[in-house]
Design a protein around this ligand. Structure first.
Ligand SMILES: [Zn+2]
Length: 283
């Protein structure tokens, strides 16, 4: 990928924030389900984390010195560049219906309008405050634990979360709120696959030549494969096999590896959001 650093106006940097524990607002069951549905993948840890947080004692908002590195700062610039480019795509496609938002960067734990979360949740989108949440540590996990390295693999994760933002603006997220049950034909799977397709919509834009010269993000040969590898790496069947060794379609929330690749590819090849009607195809 080719990109350049911007003004970081697309990120909200809470990495130096400490003492988030205990500050969480009470979270209704619907909120819990929605956070789980919109996280990049659903970790079983998440629910126990929520319980832990709500029982702990508030420690206040003590900002400390941020220990960082040039590599990490470059990563912040990268997230900002991808978020900026993705939002430009959607502003062009949706016009005034698109509302800009930010990626909230955190370390270890964070409080969102959807409740408290920590790094084990993975990147997620909170419909309550309309923000994307990301711990940069996820990217090394994506590369090492899930076997999906590369900058476009990371960009795909960010673009997927912005896909959830678009769904929230257009009302698609409500369908999971109304019908939160998991399963291969569930609304949750349709929503997640649509977010993959929407990530591909941005990928379509980014693959156009001459964008870097015009100030945008531009893909290079081989980049698309990185995103497809990432999509395959976090399919429900693959994660279930990594976890319990058994595939249980009745517990699918995000779709299989093959489906995630297929819908990302569909968005990327067409650049047309109308091709992303997973609700018609899946249910
Ligand atoms: Zn998602």
């Amino acid at each position: 990928m080719r990109w350049r650093s911007g003004d970081r106006s697309n990120v909200e940097d809470l990495r130096g924030r400490r003492g988030m524990r205990g500050a969480a607002a009470p979270l209704g069951l619907g909120g819990i389900l929605l956070v789980a549905a919109l996280s990049y993948f659903t970790g079983t840890d998440f629910f126990s984390i929520l319980g832990d947080v709500s029982n702990s004692v508030p420690t206040g908002d003590t900002s400390g010195e941020l220990a960082t590195s040039p590599e990490e700062e470059r990563m912040v610039d990268f997230v900002d560049a991808v978020a900026s480019d993705t939002q430009e795509t959607w502003a062009r496609l949706l016009g005034p219906r698109y509302e800009r938002t930010v990626v909230t960067l955190f370390r270890d734990e964070v409080r969102s309008a959807c409740g408290a979360a920590d790094s084990a949740t993975g990147p997620f989108y909170c419909p309550g405050d309309r923000k994307v949440y990301l711990d940069l540590g996820f990217f090394s996990e994506l590369s090492q634990r899930f076997g999906a390295p590369g900058d476009f693999a990371q960009a795909y994760v960010i673009a997927h979360e912005f896909g959830h933002h678009v769904q929230n603006l257009l009302g698609a997220s409500d369908r999971v709120r109304e019908d939160p049950a998991p399963g291969a034909n569930s609304a949750s799977v349709a929503l997640e696959l649509q977010a993959d397709c929407y990530a591909g919509i941005w990928g379509h834009d980014a693959s156009q030549q001459g964008r870097f010269g015009a100030g945008g993000v531009e893909l290079e040969p081989g980049d698309a494969d990185e995103a497809l590898q990432a999509a395959a790496a976090i399919g429900d069947d693959r994660l279930q096999r990594m976890g319990s060794g058994r595939v249980a379609p009745e517990r699918f929330t995000h779709g299989s590896s093959a489906q995630r690749m297929e819908w990302f590819r569909r968005g990327m090849s067409t650049g047309d959001p109308a091709q992303c009607d997973t609700f018609a195809r899946i249910q």
